[in-house]
Structure formats: C-alpha cells, structure tokens
Ligand binder design. Structure first.
Ligand SMILES: Nc1ncnc2c1ncn2[C@@H]1O[C@H](COP(=O)(O)OP(=O)(O)OP(=O)(O)O)[C@@H](O)[C@H]1O
Ligand SMILES: [Mg+2]
Length: 333
C-alpha cells in the first residue's frame, strides 16, 4: 500500500522530447503528442533569437524553456499544474548536458524531471518488448544528432553517436547547389530535393535520371527553372550519410556475435529485432535500403519516425518510479 502510494507520488505526468528541430510533449491520457518548434516564435519577423539547441543538446537554457512554456501553459489551463516529467536526451550526453535538459524543463514549469536515453525511448515507442532479451539495434537520425543504441530488455547496453543529422544533409545540399549555380536554397527547398533524390539509387541509376527542376530565387539574372543533375545532390549526401553509417559500424564492431544474433532474428520483421531507424532521417526515401546495404543487415524504419521517442517515453510513464532512471536505463557496464 505504502509502496503504491510512493510510486504514484513519483510517477511522471508527461513525457518530453527536446529535439534540435522540434519539442514534443505527450501526456498519459492523450495519444497525440503536442509539438512546438525548438526556436521560440519570437524569432520570426527578423528578430534574432539565440538558438535553443544545437546538435542534439540544449545550448541556451532560457531560449529552450521559452519554447517549451506554451505547451506547459496549455496543459496548466487544463488542470495539469507543475507536472513531473520523463524527458529524453541523446545517449552520448555528458552530465552537464543532461543537467541543461533538467534545468530547461524546470524553468518551463516542470516540478521534477527524470531522464531516459532517446534511442531506448524510440525502440519502446516502436513497440519493442521491454521484457525480451533479444537485441535491438536502433538508429535515431534527428535534426542534429545520429544516435545508435544496442538495447536489451528495454535498457541501453551500448551506444555510439555522432553530432551529425538532417541539418547537415540539408547544409551539404545547399552548399553543393550554391557551388554549382550560385543559388542559396531555403531549408524547405533542400528537403524537397533530398526527398526527390533519396538514398536508394546507385550513381549509375542517378546518371540516367532526368535532372531536377530548380526554381531559382527571383533575381535579375535568372528566370525560369534550372536543370540540376541528380548526381550533385547524391554526391553531397554521401559523405554525411557515411558518418552515420560509420557510427553504426563502430558499435557493431565492438560486439562480436551481435551481427549474427540480429540477422537470426530476421531484422526487419515486425516481431524480430535487427536495425530500426527513427527520427526525421528515417523519412528520407531509400534510407533503410542504403543503411542495409552499407551495414550488411536488414533495416526498417519504425512505424512513426518523428513521434517514436516521445511515444516510447509516454509508454513507460506508468512504470517510472522516480530515482535515477538514467542509471537504470542508460548506464553502460
Ligand atoms: N517528411 C520528411 N522527409 C524528409 N525529412 C524530413 C521529413 N520530415 C522531417 N524531416 C527532417 O527531419 C528533421 C527533424 O527530425 P527530428 O524531428 O527527428 O529531429 P529532432 O528530434 O528535432 O532533432 P534531434 O533528435 O537531432 O535533437 C527536419 O528538420 C527535416 O530535415
Ligand atoms: Mg530527436
């Protein structure tokens, strides 16, 4: 009885994913998460506001808290005052970086915060069975960080991360196009090109594909569409993807026998383990196929790439009894 009371006292009310691009908050009784851009709205209209997060970590606590406050304010108006939170952080974060996540949540109005590693949350959000001893390899390709984790029984066994993500893919395409024709693409246009080209084609395939139509930013010198060779985009993406692949390979190489175990489970099958990809990067066409060819294992995208982390954290809300969850779920032997 007393134990139940203590558990209820500690049980977090909300799950928080502070992403470099997007903040997501989920509550136990509502399936759909709330989301907000990580850059506060006041940055619109030409006012320069400090960037809240960079490469997966909070770099300006006040700016991050400012972006999170509207969601908590909305929840407060609906009776959720000073909630307790289960928040997620990349697996390679330092104690100081995790302290910044906790401080952000507190300043935004959260009473108590416990942390869990993002890729563990993503695997659970994809429906992974936390009682299973079978290995799960999960790769989260976010806006600012690519986080690869080996998970067993819902706990982080090992992880490798690189501070490279979708932002770097966009920047690489923007730089390549600028060099090719002197046009600075918007982020939206860069994402459009990345999605058109994808990662599923070989260089030979690409040479036979029709050029992309590039609508130039109106200026005095250029009118109409510009034909952009597909290979320009493909070449720009390759080295950034290469970083992500290396992150996975470095983790695989430290666990002899893991490949065999992952392959035996059938990898991409819904019920099996194997590599799963989450985060915005999982939405780029052909990413799973590209990764599968590069690491030599079956790969599939999780069912809800953008929401997996916060949904996984939401799923374990009833099981969290406070304490140092990072130690329980995140500390590696
Ligand atoms: N449909 C899509 N197709 C391709 N890319 C997409 C799509 N939707 C989002 N993205 C990319 O994913 C990025 C955001 O991914 P995600 O939400 O996983 O990042 P985050 O969680 O905010 O960042 P991080 O986990 O690195 O801190 C976007 O900025 C965009 O570049
Ligand atoms: Mg993320």
């Amino acid at each position: 009885m007393l134990l139940t009371t203590i558990r209820q006292l500690w049980q977090p009310d909300i799950a928080i994913d502070l992403g470099t691009a997007t903040f997501r908050v989920a509550v136990a009784h509502r399936r759909l998460p709330f989301s907000a851009p990580s850059t506060p709205a006041s940055s619109c209209g030409g006012i320069v506001v400090p960037q809240a997060l960079a490469r997966g970590v909070v770099v300006d606590v006040e700016a991050a808290a400012e972006a999170l406050r509207p969601i908590l304010h909305y929840l407060r108006r609906r009776g959720l005052n000073q909630p307790r939170a289960l928040a997620c952080a990349p697996s390679d974060t330092t104690a100081q970086e995790r302290a910044a996540v906790i401080e952000t949540c507190r300043r935004a109005g959260v009473k108590d915060v416990v942390l869990m590693p993002e890729p563990v949350a993503a695997a659970l959000g994809d429906g992974a069975d936390y009682a299973s001893t079978r290995p799960i390899l999960l790769l989260d390709i976010g806006e600012g960080v690519t986080d690869c984790a080996l998970i067993r029984q819902g706990r982080l066994v090992d992880a490798a991360a690189c501070r490279v993500g979708c932002a770097n893919l966009r920047a690489a395409v923007q730089k390549a196009v600028d060099r090719w024709c002197g046009i600075r693409l918007s982020d939206t246009e860069a994402i459009r090109l990345i999605n058109r080209v994808g990662m599923g084609h070989s260089a030979e395939d690409a040479s036979g594909m029709p050029p992309l139509r590039l609508v130039p930013i109106p200026d005095l010198s250029r009118t109409g569409d510009l034909p952009l060779p597909v290979g320009i985009v493909q070449e720009a993406l390759r080295p950034v993807m290469g970083h992500m692949v290396m992150t996975v390979l470095s983790l695989l190489s430290t666990w002899p026998g893991l490949r065999r175990e992952l392959a035996q489970e059938g990898g991409g099958a819904d019920t099996g383990s194997g590599m799963r990809v989450s985060g915005g990067g999982a939405l780029i066409p052909g990413v799973a196929e590209h990764m599968a060819a590069a690491i030599g294992l079956p790969v599939r995208a999780v069912r809800s790439p953008l929401g997996a982390v916060v949904q996984g954290a939401r799923r374990v809300l009833p099981l969290v009894a406070g304490g140092d969850l990072w130690k329980e779920l995140g500390d590696r032997p």
